[in-house]
Ligand binder design. Structure first.
Ligand code: CA
Ligand code: CA
Ligand code: CA
Length: 590
């Protein structure tokens, strides 16, 4: 096996050609240098000085919890800590979706339709009926236009109704609580309530009325038993691809996915729906910022919302609508987290209906907040372009206020390109205590039409077999030094035959990075008994843009991730432009 090549950190050009000329002398070539030269040398000299008086200014965007004034007549509104957290149910004040700011700016989901793909919706519920979009609804479990939940004594089929209330429950009507996007329309797609799932039911649901439905929310996937590796089949994959390419008049259907409830025994990168590039996979935090016991971690999760509290506080659950006109305080799981995200995305779509499915992911990366989220297992880290991420929470908790403000001015990101950066297809042995290290050095298709310079998603397509699949660990490190955990130990997975067959592990953690350089894959065992395995393929696929996605965006908050990323892009573009002109000068002189 080739040893790991040294990591190349590709940032700035060499210091020798790093100075530039300015009328007052040579200054360091950088964005700061250029601005200093402009202000101190090129602008007219100072002629007189006036003393100025001080006055007060308030920082915008800073939200004092005591200043929030949202009055709703709905009896459960004050229990909905995930909307406005004032410390109810032993929670941490301020740890919420910041919907109040979006509402105060006038965004409530008007004109946006969200489909709940689940076990049906009680569309006669008085808190849902006025926002129910019957024309966009369908029942694929029993093939009729009425996705009403099937009755059982234990109210087992209450899931979809609870999810629908989180998104679209009406406001100020004295009933239950308030949806995140309380003026949005909700459609019911009943598709979970039949003895077996089929590819055609999934595909039909995901592609139902893609010109009417804007956002699809799914809180389901392969069994969370910690030993399943499964994903969308042929028709569903095609339906998803069609959705992002053709849905919403070509801007793309928005698929929101719950990252899974398998807890530390499972890894959501083994769930092909959650780990798909076309879905926005959402994890959950509890009301004091910690991880929920059922949270699964993986590198494909983009962001988080909220589920219940860990304490046995009966009011710490997610308050929402329930079957047969009832309300509940007890909705929970990452199932509860995905619809909250769908609601936030509906607010963003009202602010800017031109957002594409990729714009929504960029906005999620840029506006999600670390806030007070705390993962005891995985540290928060910064990637190669300074974006802070966590292996369980993704880029943090969604911030509805931040998202609508950025969405309003947002310019659609540049065209997306796909580059196969390299592929290793020889057979390599893996043994306990002796991990396999492989390297791919790539120019990211530079010089070709499909050059990828600014990363969005990265996929590592891997074929590997092991004497115990659950003991396998796979990590991948980018040229800028960001390590993604592609697969962690799953103690219940004792497969020794199937392994992973061309499985596309996905990471969002290298978002915005320059992919040129050396990528390193490490495959090993975290085991109790010695294991062995064989890796047969690692293919590295890069997805992203050629031109800088943030360079033309309007910055209103100079402390924001957008401001930081745009500054970085400007510096890099300047470096590269000067590099190019120096090279052409030198070639002319030779
Ligand atoms: Ca029906
Ligand atoms: Ca209500
Ligand atoms: Ca799972």
């Amino acid at each position: 096996a080739p040893a790991a090549a040294p990591l190349i950190r590709r940032k700035r050009i060499a210091p020798l050609i790093y100075m530039m000329f300015c009328p007052c002398g040579t200054v360091e070539h950088s964005w700061v240098g250029l601005i200093s030269c402009y202000f101190f040398c090129l602008l007219p000299q100072v002629e007189n000085v006036i003393e100025q008086e001080g006055f007060s200014r308030q920082k915008r965007g800073y939200r004092n919890i005591n200043d929030i004034e949202v009055n709703m007549s709905d009896p459960l509104f004050t229990k909905q800590w995930y909307l406005i957290n004032t410390g109810q149910a032993d929670g941490t004040p301020g740890l919420d979706l910041n919907v109040a700011e979006a509402w105060q700016l006038g965004y409530t989901g008007k004109g946006v339709t969200i489909a709940i793909m689940d076990d049906g919706i009680d569309y006669l519920h008085p808190d849902l009926a006025s926002n129910y979009n019957a024309d966009a609804s369908y029942d694929f479990s029993s093939n009729d236009p009425y996705p009403f939940p099937r009755y059982t004594d234990d109210w087992f089929n209450s899931h979809g109704t609870r999810c629908a209330g989180e998104v679209s429950a009406a406001a100020n009507n004295n009933i239950c609580g308030v949806g995140v996007a309380y003026n949005s329309k909700v459609a019911g797609i009943r598709m979970l309530d039949q003895p077996f799932m089929t590819d055609i039911i999934e595909a039909s649901s995901i592609s139902h009325m893609p010109q009417v439905i804007d956002i699809y929310s799914a809180s389901w996937g392969p069994t969370d038993d910690g030993k399943t590796v499964d994903g969308p089949r042929e028709l569903t994959l095609q339906a998803m691809a069609d959705g992002v390419n053709k849905g919403r008049g070509g801007k793309g259907s928005i698929y929101v996915w719950a990252s899974g409830d398998g807890g530390s025994y499972d890894d959501c990168n083994c769930d092909g729906y959650a780990s798909s590039m076309w879905t926005i996979s959402i994890n959950s935090a509890i009301n004091d910022g910690r991880t929920a016991l059922y949270d699964e971690s993986c590198s494909s999760t983009l962001a988080s919302t909220f589920s219940n509290g860990r304490k046995r506080n009966p009011e710490a659950g997610v308050a929402t609508t329930d079957l047969y006109g009832n309300c509940t305080l007890r909705h929970s799981g990452t199932s509860a987290a995905a619809p909250e995200a769908a609601g936030v995305f509906a607010l963003a779509l009202e602010a800017n209906p031109n957002l594409t499915w990729r714009d929504m992911q960029h906005l999620s990366v840029l506006t999600s907040k670390r806030n007070q989220l705390h993962d005891e297992v995985h540290q928060w880290r910064r990637n190669g372009v300074g974006l802070e991420f966590n292996h369980l929470f993704g880029y943090g908790v969604l911030d509805a206020g931040g998202m609508v403000k950025m969405a309003k001015d947002w310019k659609t990101v540049p065209e997306r390109f796909h580059c196969v950066a390299g592929s290793i297809q020889e057979t390599h042995k893996i043994q306990s205590g002796n991990k396999l290290v492989l390297a791919i050095t790539t120019e990211a298709c530079q010089g070709k039409d499909n050059f990828v310079r600014y990363l969005e998603h990265v996929q590592a397509v891997v074929t590997v077999n092991a004497s115990r699949r659950g003991d396998l660990n796979i990590n991948m490190t980018s040229p800028m030094g960001t390590k993604s955990i592609l697969l962690s130990r799953r103690p219940r997975d004792d497969d020794s035959k199937v392994g992973f067959d061309k499985w596309p592990f996905m990471t969002t953690h290298t978002w915005g990075e320059d992919p040129r350089g050396t990528w390193v894959l490490e495959v090993g065992f975290q085991d109790e008994e010695p294991q062995r395995g064989v890796l047969k393929e690692w293919t590295l696929m890069l997805h992203g843009t050629q031109s800088a996605p943030y360079i033309d965006q309007i910055v209103r908050d100079y402390q924001s991730k957008l401001a930081m990323s745009k500054k970085e892009e400007l510096e890099e573009e300047l470096d590269e432009a000067i590099d190019r002109s120096l090279k052409s000068l030198m070639s002319k002189n030779n």
